[in-house]
Design a protein around this ligand. Structure first.
Ligand code: F6P
Length: 550
């Protein structure tokens, strides 16, 4: 029994049934499964919006999927989902509602938090962002000296960086090519240095993105950026007003920093940092792609929200993806999950998902305050697929670990590619299809032998196969499709957190390191004594000071 009176997850009949099923299933061979069910390649597929999802190459049967859905029902995933959409405070450890879905609600929707409809405020901010983005894009908004803005530098970290940075990269082909956006996140001064060293301050706009406006990395970089600007441009507050805007929930801290709150774009505590790039945190992206395309992206998010909210369990894609992860993580011992986009534009997508998934579900304490007795979130990793093929795919194909993977690809290259470069797309996608085929079906020793391979090399050249993959295919990577993909993963993460009975919306695990860094800093700079510092850290700090000549 959990402390909240619910039956412990691993003691529910549904969990036990899955464990028994896993034993009975033994090692499922995908070659055999496909031979026995020739229609599996079309039967085990779903569509949501523009996304075609093939889950046929998974180590599951109809029974597995049914038992997993029963587990979802027993853990009331849809009940928690409805509570989230209703604006209930499901982030219990922070006592907050979880309403990133309200960020993409239509203008006439009603979503209440504590009896207040938040949708008008969401749209008021979107309108304010749109008018600002239009002014920057058209050149109407100028810098302090009257020059037009040529580069936007987003200063933020975690959710205030990864989302807009990923989406800017993903939608490069839709951006105004005369306006560049750069992203600075690391408190390592070299990040800011490299981002601004070749810029003209008079043509640079800094967007300081921080939900709390207390994050040390961001406030430090923002302060250095302000110094850089003011060293180049006279003008004090007036110059800051033309070159700095803020994205935050914390007007007081924004004002303390010296940014006019008229130049602040607001969001709310019911938007988690890692769920925020479709809020004001997306301002750099909106400036790059324009308000219309930003809204198309929100439409894409909404499409998948509606699907998650209304589709029955059998055809609910986020539910399915979440359940497959539970199957591998809790019943087949997988520790990680690879996300492998076959689009160079999605090169930051996996890094973005790392925060979304690992900061949400990397928890060992359940919603009831007790340590959970089952595996929770996986290690999420990966890079764009073709590059990965020449780096770490060896381990996925012939290593000893079970690594479920998502392959994401597109039928069309982006429109602006020349004919010649566009023609490379078929080669890219041939790799995309070949990899999931090789992973699933491998190559038997007999097949290797039949190619005349010497016997001693046969074991080396054979592939066992049965490496599970999901294929997500869409026609083209558009703003809407990006929104659909992100919402799909947001809700997948939600499903898993609901099943594991953890609060997917807090992140207490990042606090301890922050507190210790504050304590250690005076030891580095002034040689101050840090009471209670362990012997290893003490010696490291001493060596650091010695190396720095202090
Ligand atoms: O330290 C983790 C974290 O709190 C993330 O959850 C968040 O996205 C990031 O820091 C940045 O926070 P903020 O937007 O408040 O600067």
């Amino acid at each position: 029994m959990n402390a909240d009176g619910r039956t412990r997850l691993d003691q529910t009949p549904e969990w036990t049934a899955l464990a028994k099923h896993r034993e009975e299933l033994g090692n499922l061979r995908l070659r055999e499964v496909f031979a026995a069910h020739p229609d599996r390649g079309t039967a085990y597929t779903l569509r949501v919006g523009d996304l075609y999802i093939d889950y046929s190459k998974h180590l599951v049967t109809d029974d597995t999927l049914r038992l997993l859905r029963e587990l979802a029902a027993a853990t009331d995933v849809f009940g928690l989902r409805d509570a989230m959409f209703r604006g209930e405070r499901i982030n219990t450890t922070e006592d907050r509602a979880v309403l990133h879905t309200a960020l993409r609600a239509p203008r006439d929707a009603v979503v209440e938090v504590d009896g207040e409809n938040v949708v008008p405020a969401v749209h008021a901010v979107l309108d304010k962002m749109a008018s600002f983005a239009d002014r920057v894009r058209s050149g109407e908004w100028t810098g302090h000296t009257g020059k037009r803005i040529r580069t936007v530098v987003n200063v933020g970290i975690g959710g205030s960086d990864l989302g807009p940075a990923m989406a800017y990269e993903a939608l490069r082909a839709f951006t105004d090519r005369d306006l560049a956006v750069r992203f600075v996140s690391n408190v390592d001064g070299s990040d800011l240095h490299e981002a601004i060293r070749d810029l003209d301050p008079a043509e640079t706009l800094f967007i300081i993105a921080s939900k709390t406006f207390t994050t040390i990395e961001t406030v430090t970089n923002a302060t250095s950026a302000r110094t850089w600007l003011l060293n180049a441009l006279d003008g004090g507050e007036a110059a800051v007003a033309k070159h700095f805007v803020a994205l935050s929930t914390n007007a007081e801290k924004v004002a303390d920093f010296g940014i006019d709150t008229a130049n602040m774009f607001e969001f709310w505590d019911w938007v988690g940092g890692r769920y925020s790039y479709d809020s004001a945190i997306g301002l750099s992206l909106m400036i790059a792609i324009g308000p219309d395309r930003f809204r198309e992206m929100l439409d894409g998010f909404r499409l998948v929200d509606d699907h998650f909210r209304t589709a029955p369990a059998e055809s609910n894609v986020p539910l399915l993806l979440g359940l497959l992860g539970v199957w591998y993580g809790n019943f087949l011992g997988a520790q990680s999950h690879a996300v492998l986009p076959y689009s160079h534009y999605l090169s930051k997508f996996t890094a973005y998902l790392q925060q979304l998934d690992m900061e949400s579900n990397g928890k060992y304490v359940g919603r009831d305050g007790r340590e959970v007795q089952w595996q929770t979130g996986p290690v999420v990793w990966g890079t764009s697929g073709t590059n990965g093929q020449h780096a770490y795919y060896q381990l996925i194909h012939q290593g000893t670990k079970l690594i479920p993977a998502d392959f994401i690809g597109f039928a069309e290259p982006v429109a602006e590619l020349s004919d010649e470069l566009g023609a490379q797309h078929d080669l890219l996608m041939a790799n995309f299809f070949a990899q999931t085929q090789a992973l699933a079906f491998g190559k038997t020793p007999d097949e290797v032998r039949s190619e005349g391979v010497p016997e001693e090399l046969v074991p080396h050249k054979a592939f066992k196969g049965d490496h599970p993959t999901t294929t997500i295919l869409a026609r083209e990577l558009t703003p809407s499709v990006l929104g659909q993909l992100v919402a799909l993963y947001e809700h997948k993460v939600f499903v898993q957190g609901a099943i594991w009975n953890i609060d997917s919306f807090d992140q207490w695990g990042v606090e301890l390191g922050k507190v210790l860094a504050k304590r250690v800093e005076p030891a580095l700079t002034e040689g101050a004594d840090v009471p209670g510092l362990d012997a290893s850290s003490r010696a490291l700090v001493a060596t650091y000071r010695e190396l720095r000549g202090r």
